[in-house]
Design a protein around this ligand. Structure first.
Ligand SMILES: [Cu+2]
Length: 163
């Protein structure tokens, strides 16, 4: 909005045609830039977030990174009490459920989770056997954390594969 107001004010000052053309180009470029940024946020594949009820903060790092298509990969999952990452949660039960919601299926492998007793959890046996042709065909990695009766889940959206 401020861009538009600014443009109108400048044209009121009877700028030369050439200068106005440059200004319009700049506005177009600026607008496209903003749009691309918003698209990026919409389809953003955050690797760290609060669980749905805010009980934990979960982050993951795949290995290899980026995740390869149709090959086994691992996740290094880290769990904290809150987003400030001050206190690691080392004594939780962590489980992972992976689905491709658009197709109503999961993986063909059964991942295992090993507690490293330091707030990190190793997930082995992951494999994405289908590629995401569009954001609708994303995979979702639901990481569930259960500690002392407090259970909460963070769902990560992942496009398969590469980039
Ligand atoms: Cu599928």
């Amino acid at each position: 909005m401020s861009c538009v107001r600014y443009g109108v004010r400048l044209s009121d000052q009877l700028l030369s045609f050439r200068l106005r053309a440059v200004l319009v180009c700049a506005l177009v470029v600026f607008g496209l830039g903003c749009g691309a940024e918003e698209d990026g946020q919409d389809s953003g594949e955050s690797r760290a977030k609060l669980t749905e009820s805010g009980a934990f903060y979960v982050a993951y790092t795949p290995s290899p990174d980026p995740i390869p298509f149709n090959q086994l990969f691992e996740l290094d999952v880290e769990v904290w009490e809150s987003a400030d990452m001050a206190n690691a949660v080392a004594d939780a039960d962590v489980s992972v459920e992976v689905t491709m919601p658009a197709h109503g299926h999961g993986m063909n492998t059964e991942p295992t989770v090993t507690n490293n007793d330091d707030g990190t959890y190793l997930v082995e046996g992951m494999k994405f056997h289908m590629e995401s042709q569009s954001p609708a065909e994303r995979w979702e990695i639901a990481v569930s954390v259960d500690r002392d009766g407090t259970a909460d889940t963070a769902v990560f959206e992942v496009m398969c594969c590469g980039q």
